[in-house]
Design a protein around this ligand. Structure first.
Ligand SMILES: CC(C)(COP(=O)(O)OP(=O)(O)OC[C@H]1O[C@@H](n2cnc3c(N)ncnc32)[C@H](O)[C@@H]1OP(=O)(O)O)[C@@H](O)C(=O)NCCC(=O)NCCS
Length: 183
């Protein structure tokens, strides 16, 4: 059963953005999308070729998420092509089911159009509607000022820092932890 009804938004460019829940049928397109974004910035937890899961595993993962009440994977499409995604993974036990962490990305060719903001607003609206999710967390590189600006704009607060959270090309990189409470 779908947890999230599709939403269409007109971007400032005039393009119509569709945000909907990902299904197992998106597995192939999503793997291509993930491979594309992996080489476009050093702001993600994986680089080119490192997201090595099979089509079948990806399809199972997406289908499985659709059955979970406190996790969701949304995709943003322009003219039927995936240009952005956001995934939120809620805790699997009673003591952690109210909280989870998300990751968001947009294809570089479409940065600055409002797609990242639209994805996060859609996620937060969905989280508020679940009734169970009371805290949304994220990790971001302290130098990812564009992303941090969006998170602050949406009401996320900085909560701390994890040192050596990433190791990229021989360099340790910290993460800033940000959070959003839902009451
Ligand atoms: C972070 C990311 C998801 C933002 O997506 P986006 O669609 O470009 O974001 P938006 O267009 O909604 O918002 C851009 C905001 O950040 C700023 N910004 C950052 N980079 C920008 C750019 N290249 N062009 C224009 N604005 C940019 C703008 O000021 C804008 O703020 P505003 O809404 O007050 O005008 C996207 O840049 C991305 O995928 N980056 C690589 C992966 C990543 O960093 N993910 C987050 C990891 S924690």
């Amino acid at each position: 059963m779908a947890k999230f009804g599709p939403v269409e938004t007109q971007l400032k460019s005039g393009e119509i953005l569709l945000i909907r829940e990902a299904t197992g049928d998106d597995a192939s397109d999503l793997l291509s999308y993930v491979e594309a974004i992996s080489g476009e910035s050093d702001n993600l937890t994986f680089g080119p070729g490192e997201f090595d899961i099979t089509l079948e595993q990806e399809a199972q993962f997406l289908a499985g998420l659709q059955k979970q009440d406190n996790s969701i994977y949304l995709v943003a499409l322009l003219d039927g092509t995936i240009v952005g995604s956001i995934s939120f993974m809620g805790g699997r036990r009673a003591r952690t089911a109210h909280t989870g962490e998300f990751g968001v990305s947009v294809l570089k060719a479409h940065w600055g159009k409002g797609i990242g903001t639209a994805l996060m607003e859609a996620l937060l609206k969905w989280c508020r509607g679940t009734g169970t999710i009371r805290k949304v967390n994220l990790r971001v590189r302290p130098d990812n000022t564009g992303a941090i600006q969006i998170y602050r704009k949406l009401g996320f607060k900085e909560e701390g820092r994890i040192t050596r959270d990433l190791y990229i090309n021989g360099v340790f990189i910290d993460s800033t932890i940000m959070g959003y409470e839902i009451d």
